[in-house]
Write a new protein. Structure first.
Length: 375
């Protein structure tokens, strides 16, 4: 009897053990599934952030905030070497601690991590201790993981996460953190081209207008506030003739006066840049081509009624013509002629492709063409 009961109990225990193992596996499976869903959501958020019209620095800050929120990280800091110095691109740590956070590459315990491209986990055993890299702070962080960041095997900086609890990362899934790190690298690699464009924007010497690169950075932020806009490119088609038959100074004066007239004629909501040489671009944000046509026609008519000459300060300036006769340039007037082409731009599509199409049209048009064309 007792033996029978014991056998039954053993069988029940074995069944319960098997049941618990199955439940444990299911729970782990659901955890892994939830983790994959979270990772997918983070990647989607990253992609959405990259596609936004904000600046590179704003994008990196938003990405850091996504990491903090989705993975419940206490402190997260992204540090990037800009070619001259290390700078904190994003952090939710108080700014008074930034000096130590952006100098971690000089801390001995992290040097090996950088050289071997492997993460470094550091922690303390009690609340009274502090992490070795902390110079003036005691209670903020008690454990941290340091991740060196590389783009195409080139070291570019690091990502460090911190916790206020000792040994808080002992059981963390490092595989997940590696995925996060790679996503950070992917984002930095993607936005580096935008950062380059933002840094090479120049102001044109003669007109005071921004250069073409402005369109792909700050300009695009303005344009992409609307679903549809009209991109207008115009070219001063007789600028070479003016430079050749008169002088380059008079040609420069033509460019100055046309750009000043257009800038004073359009709304501040529109983007106006000197695209290249005698070509200019106006982005009519939020306006379709039909709404632009009449306005552009007036602009064109007024430009082609201008009589442009050099300022009086140059009244004694003379040049020799092809007929070997000296002429006073201050007494010479020229009339500019422009060729205009318009196209619609839709938010989320390639602005550079639209501009390329407009430029190709103007460059391949007949030299005598002076129209307003919608393509």
């Amino acid at each position: 009897m007792i033996i029978g009961v014991a056998v039954v109990l053993v069988i029940i225990i074995i069944i319960l053990i098997i049941y618990n193992i199955k439940i444990s596996k299911k729970i782990q499976k659901y955890k892994n599934m939830n983790q994959k869903i979270t990772n997918l959501q983070v990647v989607q958020d990253f992609i959405s952030t990259i596609g936004e019209t904000s600046s590179v620095d704003e994008k990196i800050k938003k990405i850091n905030n996504i990491l903090i929120e989705k993975y419940e990280i206490k402190y997260s800091t992204i540090v990037v070497f800009n070619g001259a110095e290390y700078e904190i691109k994003a952090s939710n740590v108080e700014e008074r601690h930034w000096d130590s956070l952006k100098a971690l590459q000089d801390v001995d315990m992290f040097k090996d991590s950088i050289q071997t491209a492997t993460p470094k986990y550091v922690t303390v055993n009690s609340e009274n201790e502090r992490l070795p890299y902390q110079k003036m702070e005691f209670g903020r962080a008690k454990s941290a993981i340091f991740f060196p960041l590389y783009i195409d095997n080139v070291y570019i900086g690091y990502w460090i996460i911190e916790s206020g609890t000792p040994h808080d990362f002992d059981n963390v899934d490092t595989a997940v953190l590696e995925i996060i790190k790679e996503n950070i690298v992917s984002v930095l690699k993607t936005v580096v081209h935008q950062k380059t464009l933002e840094s090479i924007v120049r102001t044109d010497l003669f007109t005071g207008l921004y250069s073409e690169e402005y369109l792909y950075g700050e300009g695009k932020k303005i344009i992409d506030q609307y679903t549809i806009s009209t991109i207008c490119m115009f070219k001063i088609v007789n600028i070479e003739e003016i430079n050749k038959n008169y002088c380059r100074e008079l040609g420069n004066q033509v460019i100055k006066e046309i750009s000043a007239y257009v800038q004073n004629s359009i709304s501040e909501d529109y983007v106006f840049v000197r695209y290249m040489g005698p070509k200019f671009v106006i982005a009519f944000s939020g306006v379709d081509t039909e709404g632009v046509a009449a306005f552009i026609n007036d602009i064109k008519d007024n430009i082609e009624q201008m009589r442009i000459s050099l300022p009086e300060a140059n009244e004694n300036y003379t040049t020799e013509t092809n007929s070997n006769k000296n002429i006073n340039m201050a007494q010479q007037e020229v009339t500019p002629i422009i060729n205009v082409v318009l196209s619609s731009y839709y938010k989320g599509t390639g602005l550079e492709e639209v501009l390329k199409k407009l430029e190709e049209y103007l460059d391949n048009a007949d030299k005598n063409e002076s129209d307003i064309t919608n393509i």
